[in-house]
Ligand binder design. Structure first.
Ligand code: NDP
Length: 244
């Protein structure tokens, strides 16, 4: 992968809203061609319209290994290569561990952790071929566990661990692995929380500070991906200044 993003090919998961959408747009602004994956086709259609042709939408549920394989294959079939994977798709269903609905744990592990692993696995042969870059979106919750985020934190500690093991495996072959750990970013993420008290707590935490904008995280991804190839920015923690 060249140090410039111009002309490179990126696959961004979870690109239909929030951070993934902002990353897709930021990469396009740098001259990359982006394949944007998610489940909500209507949102991806809006993104394609906004990006003016540099984005292709792909139907992608990261928990479905068949769909993951098809999305990666389509990226390479259409563009001939894959230089950058942004493993961003995720969901946060915060709540206490005692009395939790284990279905929510399965959804988070299936999407955040296993989903990221499936996409990495499918993309790696192509990243090895291009000496490309894998960006894994983790979280501050992938560094610090806190009350109410036990299962979510477990998935984010998990992706960070997987990424570090992968880094050790492929760095000598020229594949860079970057973990980006956002703090509180204004997106739809907290709206999916089913526990009313946790959802209210997340909303009031957001109201109490100047939260990050998804574009702030996209800036960090572009900064890491655009480094000269011998520079591997392995971990970037980005918090709002107001977040304690
Ligand atoms: P959003 O809810 O706005 O975006 C989540 C994205 O993930 C959507 O595009 C959604 O698309 C996609 N997604 C969810 N499930 C799946 C699935 N099974 N297959 C494919 N795509 C899926 O939230 P954010 O932008 O905030 O979240 C993006 C990432 O950032 C997540 O990994 C999150 O954990 C992480 N993060 C966010 C923080 C924040 O404060 N917002 C802080 C730290 C980390 P669709 O539903 O269309 O499939």
């Amino acid at each position: 992968m060249d140090t410039q993003l111009e002309g490179t090919v990126a696959l961004v998961t979870g690109a239909s809203s929030g951070i993934g959408r902002a990353i897709a747009l930021a990469l396009v602004a740098q001259g990359a061609r982006v394949v944007a994956g998610a489940r909500r086709a209507d949102r991806l259609t809006e993104l394609v319209a906004e990006a003016g042709g540099a984005v292709t939408a792909v139907d992608l549920d990261v928990t479905d290994r068949g769909a993951v394989g098809r999305a990666v294959a389509r990226t390479v079939a259409e563009h001939g290569r894959l230089d950058l994977l942004v493993n961003n798709a995720g969901l946060m269903l915060s709540g206490p561990i005692v009395g939790a609905d284990p279905d929510e744990w399965e959804r988070m592990v299936g999407t955040n952790l296993l989903g990221s692993m499936f996409v990495a696995h499918a993309a790696l042969p192509h990243l090895l071929a291009s000496r490309g870059t894998l960006v894994q979106v983790s979280s501050t919750s992938g560094r610090i566990a806190s009350l109410g985020s036990g299962a979510y934190s477990a998935t984010k500690f998990g992706v960070t661990a997987f990424a570090e093991a992968l880094r050790q495996e492929v760095t000598a072959q020229g594949v860079r692995v970057v973990v980006v750990e956002p703090g509180f970013t204004a997106t739809e993420l907290t709206t999916h929380i089913t526990d009313p008290a946790m959802r209210a707590m997340a909303a009031s935490l957001g109201d109490s500070m100047r939260t990050l904008d998804p574009a702030d995280i996209a800036n960090a991804v572009v900064f890491a991906a655009a480094q000269p190839h011998h520079v591997s920015l392995n971990e970037i923690l980005v918090r709002p200044t107001d977040q304690v």
